[in-house]
Design a protein around this ligand. Structure first.
Ligand code: NAP
Length: 308
């Protein structure tokens, strides 16, 4: 087994909460270096303030995990891919769809693996939900993704800026699950996006989609939810209702409930290793396409200012 030496770029919440533990507990990977402009890094691991410094001074790495906000990811990914390094992109894979297409091209030209990771697809209930739905007739789908932005994104200024996606930052996780498990393609028919007067990205949105058989799919996103949080998908079929809750961790079928421990990031890194081993990339932009469609086709409304 050849160990894959990884440099983690962007030592913020998700890198520290999930990437570092996943890498350090997987014998296929070695945490070789970290990069972050305002962070001191991790004891015993070489730290640089910029990716250019890591690429210039080492240590040598085989792969880079990009955990920065999406707005700065393109240039970092290009620099790594041009060195032939494999790149794991946190979600969303870019600030625009064209960026992601260019990265895919750069990976192919340089013989590197590009992995656009969608962590929610690795939640325990998602794979069995996909299997159960494969031969079902879908009647309607309801997605409710309501969380408290003050709890989950405290002080993250980038998330409210253009390219930061606002409430679609968590909402795209629901779309990553829906595009993975629903047996038919679906597309946006209408949307309303509510943006606080003092912000540049929406705090809430309502979306209506239709699948290719005509089944309606509704999506309710809201960042102003206090108390219990909702990350729920209910799929009504002619054979009964399937529900995914807790972001995909709990699956309820007409026959019973399945719950398994969280293994989203260990699953993501196992997939990254398999892609590198197979010398292929995996870049599914459908969740980002649907968000882009909401920005293209949605009605915009301004709501009261929001302070963290
Ligand atoms: P975050 O806490 O704001 O962390 C982002 C980090 O990126 C910052 O700490 C910053 O480092 C670093 N950074 C910014 N520009 C950089 C550059 N040019 N080079 C290197 N590092 C740079 O954000 P986050 O919540 O971890 O989210 C990051 C990404 O992961 C987003 O795309 C988000 O959607 C995704 N994600 C987040 C979560 C979550 O629960 N938070 C879950 C899954 C996925 P300094 O502090 O050193 O300036």
């Amino acid at each position: 087994m050849t160990v894959i030496r990884v440099g983690v770029v962007g030592l913020g919440k998700i890198a520290r909460d999930q990437h570092l533990p996943a890498i350090q507990s997987d014998p296929v990977f070695e945490l070789a270096a970290t990069v972050s402009p305002d962070d001191h890094g991790v004891t015993g691991i070489t730290h640089h303030q910029t990716l250019s410094a890591l690429l210039a001074s080492g240590p040598e790495v085989d792969a880079i995990a990009l955990c920065t906000p999406p707005q700065v990811r393109f240039d970092l990914a290009v620099a790594a891919l041009e060195r032939g390094l494999h790149v794991f992109l946190e979600k969303p894979p870019g600030a625009t769809l064209t960026e992601v297409a260019l990265l895919e091209q750069a990976a192919a030209e340089n013989g590197a693996t590009l992995f656009a990771g969608w962590h929610s697809r690795f939640a325990a209930g998602v794979a069995p939900a996909k299997v159960w739905l494969a031969d079902k007739r879908i009647e309607r789908v309801s997605i409710v993704w309501r969380e408290d932005v003050r709890v989950w994104h405290p002080g993250q200024a980038w998330i409210w800026e253009p390219g930061g996606l606002g409430v679609f930052d968590p909402g795209i996780n629901a779309l990553s699950i829906a595009t993975e498990i629903l047996p038919n393609a679906f597309f946006l028919s209408a949307a309303t996006l509510w943006t606080p007067a003092n912000r540049k990205a929406p705090i809430a949105a309502e979306l209506s989609f239709r699948d290719t058989t005509g089944a309606p799919i509704t999506m309710d996103l809201d960042w102003r939810q206090t108390g219990p949080q909702s990350w729920d998908i209910a799929i009504e079929t002619t054979a009964g209702t399937l529900s995914l809750s807790k972001g995909g961790a709990v699956l309820t079928l007409p026959t019973g409930e399945l719950y398994a421990e969280d293994r989203e990031y260990s699953g993501l890194y196992a997939r990254f290793a398999a892609l590198i081993d197979g010398r292929v990339s995996e870049v599914d932009v459908r969740p980002l396409q649907l968000v882009a469609d909401a920005y293209l086709r949605g009605r915009r409304q301004t709501v009261e200012a929001f302070e963290d």
